[in-house]
Design a protein around this ligand. Structure first.
Ligand code: NAD
Length: 256
């Protein structure tokens, strides 16, 4: 389905990005994995996906908080047909206690990196007359929760960037859309549980049931495979006229 297409997935040595990388490789795309580390484990992950899917898979380290490294990732990959902007971090704190440097890091990694990688990838996509940009926003790109000021701000920004990119790319064979997952049980969510326990004064099970999944009417976490499958769909011919929009994978959260 995606044979001959080269996909770059930022922040893909874990969680949703890794799930998307697996699904793109299963669909026949060549895949570039990324994170800021350069460990043997990172390269082993690329090898494992390559072996199991038969796709060409490489790992390129680049820190998505740094402008030059965002742009450098696209250059080093030597071509990008599919760009998935997925790298992201989270911090949970009251607005008045929110550390300024953490705010800056979340805005840089969760939002600005998508601008820098897209700016670097678009000229090549335009030249080929084909391209797909998939931005991983969040239910928090459409709605807010307390104690997540930087994250909610960055994800709303990603949705705005998605619409603008789509308009500029329209008619050039290039689409740009955002996937808005609800809660997916990945390390970023796992790490929030102790903070939420502290903030709300609840135990782990109560936080999961009454804070996290309370907003998700299905009562279930979404899976990385489901988000990956949605990304593959957005790269398919069936989605060629889907652009500038958001697709929620949130068990009904944003329908509430
Ligand atoms: P995760 O922590 O498992 O993955 C985050 C990825 O980003 C990791 O691969 C990490 O190495 C990478 N990363 C972090 N800082 C980076 C940097 N400076 N440079 C390059 N890579 C960096 O979390 P996840 O849940 O898989 O999150 C992936 C994306 O999905 C994020 O953008 C997140 O906001 C979004 N999201 C997650 C959920 C959820 O419930 N898990 C819901 C909605 C949206």
């Amino acid at each position: 389905q995606l044979a001959g297409k080269r996909a770059i997935v930022t922040g893909s040595n874990s969680g949703i990005g890794l799930g998307i990388a697996w699904e793109l490789a299963r669909a026949g795309a060549e895949v570039v994995l990324n994170s800021y580390t350069d460990d043997a484990d990172d390269h082993a992950l690329a090898e494992k996906i390559a072996q199991e899917t038969g796709a060409r898979v490489r790992y390129i380290h680049a820190d998505m908080s740094k402008v030059d490294q965002c742009r450098g990732l696209i250059e080093q990959a030597e071509g990008c047909d599919i760009l998935v902007n997925n790298a992201g971090i989270q911090h949970v704190a009251k607005l008045e206690d929110f550390p300024a440097d953490t705010w800056d890091a979340i805005i840089a990694i969760n939002m600005s990196s998508a601008f820098h990688t897209s700016a670097a990838a678009l000229p090549g996509m335009y030249a080929k007359g084909w391209g797909r940009i998939v931005n991983i926003a969040s239910a928090h790109g459409l709605t807010a929760s307390p104690y997540k000021s930087a994250y909610v701000t960055a994800k709303h920004g990603v949705v705005g960037l998605t619409k603008t990119t789509a308009l500029e790319a329209a008619g050039k064979g290039v689409t740009c859309n955002a996937i808005c997952p609800g809660y997916v049980l990945t390390p970023i969510v796992e790490k929030q549980i102790p903070d939420q326990m502290k903030t709300h004064g609840m135990d782990r099970e109560t936080v999961i049931k009454e804070v996290m999944l309370a907003r998700q009417p299905s009562g279930e976490f979404a899976t990385v495979e489901q988000v990956g499958g949605t990304a593959v769909f957005l790269c398919s011919d069936a989605a060629a006229q889907i652009t500038g929009t958001t697709i929620s994978v949130d068990g009904g959260w944003t329908a509430l």
